[in-house]
Design a protein around this ligand. Sequence first.
Ligand code: SF4
Length: 330
Amino acid sequence: MVPPRIHIPDEPSSNPKLLLAVQSHLEDGLKRTPETLHIENQADRLRAARRVHADRAALHGVLSLARKAWGEDVGGAINRSTEGSVTLELVRGSIVLGRVQVEKSTWGFRSNELSVHELDLALRTTRSDDKRRSVGGWFSPSQFDVYPCAARQAYQYSGTERREAPIPLPLAKAFAAGTATHKEFDILLERAFGEDAFPNLFIEDKPSRFWGSIDGLVLINWKPVLIEAKSQASGLFHQRRRGPDPKWAVQAETYQGMMGCEDGVVVVINKNDWSMKFHPTKLGARWSARKRRAEAIAKMVENGQEVPKTPGEYCRHCPYIWTCQPQSLL
Ligand code: SF4
């Protein structure tokens, strides 16, 4: 019997000072962005630094696509930036190949000189190099609560072959923009916390059978604090005034549980302008509940028992639908 997913309300942070410390470190780190050090007014400097990070994430992300599309010798620079978009100039040696306008939240591309279709194609053929997803014996925190079907978790645990259905281009762009934002966030985390920052760590916890990558761990007064970064397009960012997506907090808590880290902070970044929101997470009863559920699913798989399926709308995107419901694909 698989214990049901339980809904436990967010646990209040016992340490609001810690949340403020993370916020002020990150904002100070932003202000120390080399390109903006000459600006004396602190508010202006923060605004400009945010812009720099958003533009740079777009530049580096799109540049890697351009290199896939037109060759590794393509270089680029930010040509002009406006609030919601940035124009990138792509060059090969001293020859300007053309300019591409990139909408920072969604990676919509426009160009009069280059075929942006080539960039879209490069994006569509980019595959995750995370091979562990198809290795059995583990659960992934980012998948475990997002998809409520226990059978899906069992397929992952048993190492069943995954087949990723192609995702719609706008969604692929949003993910790619998110990945570029996360890379830029790694740089910020190191600048903000110096030697007390440990960005982008791979962690696994054998007893609970969870593995995954965390965005960062920082030390505040020698106390470890998990940092979970999430990026959003501007529209969504401004909609969520009342708090983070509950799934993010659960994911953060799972990482905290894996590391025995009492406190965490979910940092939500607006991909357009790098304004940020901060939400505390506290290790609590949800971690124990998830461990019990994971253990029960693992035991059923190991004993050869059938794990219950909970079909839903999400089945369309399930990488195991080929094994689970082959008839639905006919
Ligand atoms: S296809 Fe649906 S029912 Fe089957 S494992 Fe995936 S999510 Fe569960």
